[in-house]
Design a protein around this ligand. Sequence first.
Ligand code: K7E
Ligand code: CUA
Ligand code: CA
Length: 620
Amino acid sequence: MSENKSEKNGKIDRRGFLKFMGIAGAAAGASVVVPKAVMPESGKRSLFAKAEGGAKGKQDYEVKPGEYDDYYGFWSGGHSGEVRVIGIPSMRELKRIPVFNIECGTGWGITNESKKLLKGKTVGDTHHVHGSYKNGVYDGKYLFVNDKINNRVARIRVDYMEVDRILEVPNIQGMHGLFPQRYPQTEWIAINTEFQIPMPNNPNAPQKEYYGAHTIVDAERMEVVCQVMVESNLDLAGTDYQGKYSFATSYNTEQGVTISEMLAADHDYLHVFHWGKIREALKAGKYKTINGVKVIDGRTGKSDIVLRIPVPKNPHGVNVSPDGKYAVCSGKVSPTATVVDISKLDDAFAGKIKPAQCVVAEPFIGLGPLHTTFDGRGNAITSVFIDSTNVKWNIAKAIEAEKAGPEVKKKNPHIVDVLDIHYQVGHIMATMAETKEADGRWLVSLNKMSKDRFINVGPLKPENEQLVDISGDKLKLVHDSPTYIEPHDVIMVRRDIIEPKVKHRYDMFEHPLAVTKSGVERKGNDVTIRLTANAPIYGLQEAKVKKGDRVTFIVTNHDEISDLAHGFALSNYNINFVIPPFATRSVTFTADKPGVYWAYCTNFCHALHLEMRMRLIVEA
Ligand code: K7E
Ligand code: CUA
Ligand code: CA
């Protein structure tokens, strides 16, 4: 076959490919000559070409057939336990990355490789996804996502878009806010814990000995560096653009265990953690080791690592503006946002000014402000849960009005626009907004309820994620997108940052068990069956084992063509997984049922895909 005939735009087109494989594969049966796969050319649509041509506030959100999106959206899947990849602005779902869930499509939680990471856990509640950084911008290396249920943080390799590490963090519950270091690069990840518990977790500890913690994780080693113990819970997390501080909102400084106790105080705090002082404390040995983790006492009066800036009670999100100047706390119970001037923090840590003097504005937003994002042009946009709005406001104007006094302030000169959304918004995020390259093009409003926006699918409705054009002065709603349980947060990363890093096939020998020669090996009752997979055949047509054997199948896909994955399902043995190009996957089980069992390929790969199978004969 001529390579060129079956390639379009540098990519082997599936139709031409299947035609070719149908003939060659059927005739040869064994070694198939595979055309060299070529990287699809980047730029099926030049980034922003259309947007630049159009008027402000009128970007084209339609992505035509065959065109690419401008941004990768990485979505937390809430208590589905997964991460989703959604194209922006089309809102088309491109991929699901199983993380804390069991997923029979790919075999996540079924293969030995994934089981080793999951360690028997089967549920997860992802809230916050963030990428690794270099100099304040994503470097396209990793994504990090938390699990609030089992207190784990997972790392996704961007090159394979697959989880490679999962770390379970001791001494905490309700792992919530997570934010990576932004400068000079991501060495640490700051993680907050929403529930206070005794440290160590002693059931008889009095309520006043329940603590929260700010956990620092080493991003490369995926190990806990330390925890800073505080008396309050810590909710959302942020980091600055200098590598000096991390932030945490808190809403239970009362150390309450009932809802009325948690609402008793008239204010709460934005906690600021000083990384230099954390390093000093670790070096000086100023910590206790609890469950193998170095725990620094960060309670009020016990250390100078933590600065507590009073904010209206029960705040929620904290987001740092792309210019690195401000940390914005959303009020939640208070209808305001609190703007903290980061340049004043050093003086506050040094005791030269009071922590409250770091606050430079407290503008009115609306009822129930939760999260703030930025357009990179000096504006903030805050999600407002109770009002069901996105409120765009100007940070400089809010600071000016605060200085000018109550008469000016009550006219709300900072408010630029208010957009009704549908309905009850949680997070919002603008394109590149958590980087210094915030570009103010698109915003996604992650609405917790869709109510009447879609045809009825029963009592459990989808959530509604709305795409908003933020390129003009007005916020312009352009698209509704239903999603399944239950996204919290998202980041949207320019395509040119991610796309060059993403591979079309695995590095085959990165997996220590990669199969180059099919065969059966017995050691006592342990039987290893090694299989190559080449469309449309597995390396063996049959294998025999004995009842009671512990059987391990190891399968390596030798098809290098992009998009040619095989599956491996074993009838009546509850096994299925997918093997992408050059990947190796394995599974171990006890052959406890005698008989003939067909294993077959579940991922359509060839005209003879249905014939891609083998027998496992389990002798009595
Ligand atoms: Cu507001 Cu978990 Cu980020 Cu949800 S948190 S909304
Ligand atoms: Cu291999 Cu279908
Ligand atoms: Ca409170």
